[in-house]
Design a protein around this ligand. Structure first.
Ligand SMILES: Cc1cc2nc3c(=O)[nH]c(=O)nc-3n(C[C@H](O)[C@H](O)[C@H](O)COP(=O)(O)OP(=O)(O)OC[C@H]3O[C@@H](n4cnc5c(N)ncnc54)[C@H](O)[C@@H]3O)c2cc1C
Length: 265
């Protein structure tokens, strides 16, 4: 017997551009009444945007007063990216689906420090982990395309952060971790970002640092594809034409998928 995971319908109540590549979405409404946070600071949910059936994962930046906050990285092309950028109309007022939250962060009892490393997609989790562990020395290493001053207030005051930007060909987080100076004694290492970088780091932690697996958590959050994928079809005109013709969101997404298939993208 397969048991379907709980899903919740939520309304997008707000959309705020936090930095050039980070958009905050506030979700709410009666459909979230049964939502319960796991309390795990890197917890995530699946987000399904209107007219789609595929989900993308987003960290619960906060859940308070019946409002769920997700911070979405917008990159070149992507299902949620384009929707969040407004290619299918203003997301505010639209209905999305959220899946049950899950978390992974599990700090061992003897951890005397936290070392958090990630790219922009990991910032929501790193901020929440830092907020909930003010009792420990926490050092963050963030590889972000935006300027540090544009993101400084995103992290709790007093957080020790090293900032870096990705290189033109992509993330170099694995190389950074291989040359890190590690704090003394037992601690917990948490890292998330591009999957190939994360695979390299898992190997490094196991084979070079010989860390017990209880003392680190490394997660691939997204996968870079080798070829660049230029947006072959602009969704804006399709959305406007669909709306003008009185089509539903589902019908407009189907038109968009059809146009992409025809364009070979
Ligand atoms: C547990 C977990 C928690 C996550 N939390 C967050 C979060 O809080 N905020 C957040 O923004 N993301 C988060 N992510 C990552 C997010 O799910 C992916 O980046 C997702 O692919 C974005 O969906 P999309 O629809 O924009 O792009 P997709 O349609 O999935 O991808 C389209 C293309 O974009 C590329 N791509 C995908 N993500 C990126 C990126 N970040 N930078 C550059 N290129 C990319 C892919 O290679 C693909 O070719 C999390 C992932 C996991 C597993």
């Amino acid at each position: 017997m397969s048991v379907r995971a709980e899903q919740y319908t939520a309304e997008v109540l707000g959309r705020v551009q936090l930095s050039p590549h980070l958009i905050r979405l506030t979700l709410g409404g009666p459909g979230l009444a049964g939502f319960t946070s796991t309390g795990i600071p890197d917890e995530w949910v699946g987000l399904i945007v209107p007219g789609q059936y595929q989900s993308r994962y987003y960290t619960v930046r906060s859940w308070s007063g019946g409002e769920l906050v997700l911070d979405v990285v917008v990159h070149e092309v992507g299902l949620v990216t384009e929707w969040a950028l407004g290619a299918f109309g203003d997301p505010v007022g639209q209905q999305v689906t959220i899946t049950e939250p899950k978390g992974s962060f599990l700090k061992p009892a003897d951890a005397g420090w936290l070392l958090l490393v990630g790219d922009l997609t990991a910032m929501p989790a790193m901020a929440r982990i830092a907020e909930t562990h003010a009792d420990l020395p926490v050092h963050l290493y963030a590889e972000v395309p935006d300027r540090p001053e544009e993101l400084a207030s995103y992290l709790p005051a007093g957080a020790q952060v090293s900032w870096d930007a990705p290189e033109e060909h992509g993330s170099r987080l694995a190389e950074v971790v291989e040359t890190l100076e590690w704090p003394e004694g037992a601690g917990y290492f948490w890292m998330a970002g591009e999957s190939a970088q994360m695979r390299a780091i898992r190997k490094h932690l196991m084979r070079v640092r010989r860390m017990p697996s209880t003392h680190y958590d490394v997660m691939g959050y997204w996968r870079a594809v080798k070829e660049r994928q230029p947006r072959a079809v602009d969704p804006g005109p399709i959305w406007r034409a669909g709306k003008a013709a009185g089509k539903s969101d589902e019908e407009i997404w189907a038109d968009y998928d059809q146009a992409r298939t025809e364009a070979g993208s």
